[in-house]
Design a protein around this ligand. Sequence first.
Ligand SMILES: *Cc1c(COP(=O)(O)O)cnc(C)c1O
Length: 421
Amino acid sequence: MKYQNNIEFALRMDQEDPLADYRHQFYFPKHDDGKETIYLCGNSLGLQPKTAESYIKAVLDDWKHLGVKGHFEGENPFATYHEDLGKKMASIVGAKKEEVVAMNSLTVNLHLMMVTFYRPEGKRRKIVIEKNAFPSDQYAVKSQLEFHGYDPDETLIEIEPREGEDVLRTEDITDLIIREGNEIALIMLSGLNYYTGQAYDMKAITKAGHHMGCQVGFDLAHGAGNLKLSLHDWGVDFAVWCTYKYMNSGPGGIAGCFVHSKHVSNKDLPRFTGWWGNKKETRFLMDDTFDPIEGAEGWQMSNETVLSMAALKASLEIFDQVGMDKLVEKSKKLTGYLEFLIDELKSDRIQVITPRDPEARGAQLSIRVLNSDKSLFKAISEKGVIADWREPDVIRIAPAPVYNNFNDVYRFVEILKGLVV
Ligand SMILES: *Cc1c(COP(=O)(O)O)cnc(C)c1O
């Protein structure tokens, strides 16, 4: 793609963009001056679909008019409300429909998955994560090790980039797996690192892990709804994600969970159970022996928060119309344009640490500000840009392809230019 550094080019790209109109299906927050902000923070909290309110209202109405009958009556009965969401998310992450369920929150799902898939035995008891993984993942993994009676200092392997490098090399990850695989029970990496914006080669990592007899799971908080994923074909054992980032389900929205079909019928797998994971036909017989649903739904514990799922439904219908192929196609152009314009600045105050290879990233570029100077972030914020700052020295910029456009990216870099050049 040949980019140009001028507003006419950005506007022409928007005119030619087949997804351009989806922008109007979302609310953009306003800046102090009453104008729309340049919102580049969909990696943290996605924008509100305009339909979310009416979907939530519909649940309130069913509850108001039907009471308990709303569980099985009305247009979208409460008891089965999650089913369509699981199906739609399955197509987003490249899974079969029985492999995905909408439930709980991300960290809770991560724990539930580790109950099932972290099964230390003999010498094989270590877990591999990224050094500087998102804190919640660090806490969850360490607490699981401690729960099994192990000292994380001895059983946690934290993989880090080579000296002087910002991102991991795939061969360093797979070499480590091959080298230490006999002692590794579980490999649990993020699919896309929240800090650097690096997307990992999940297929290669899964293959290496399985070759060495390890279980492989991914935290897709920043991958789901952002990258083109093929969780089923890659053979990933489990994955978890939140939906309030790229999937726009609102603060604290219901999360997603993937369990590969090769595991879903295995009733011997340990799991923490609850009545909602029991087969639907017998759930209400109130029997006291658990008979799990043969699918990711078999890991559900409770009946889910329908009000919150309504917002996710609003967003997933948009994703369903767009489709991940088109979304990713636009995303690559949009993030590529951001990269091009930042390069044009030739500034020595900032440096992009996200990989240059479009296959090794998603919709985010992480900009390192030299000397950890947070004043630059404050200055862009004052000018109406919504992005985020991650200690110690990174501004994350995420043009979300479902609602951002080339004009947003152009205007953002113009603001940056006024400050760093
Ligand atoms: C956003 C994020 C979380 C947040 O966890 P919640 O349980 O949704 O609060 C966890 N891990 C990663 C990698 C994240 O990016």
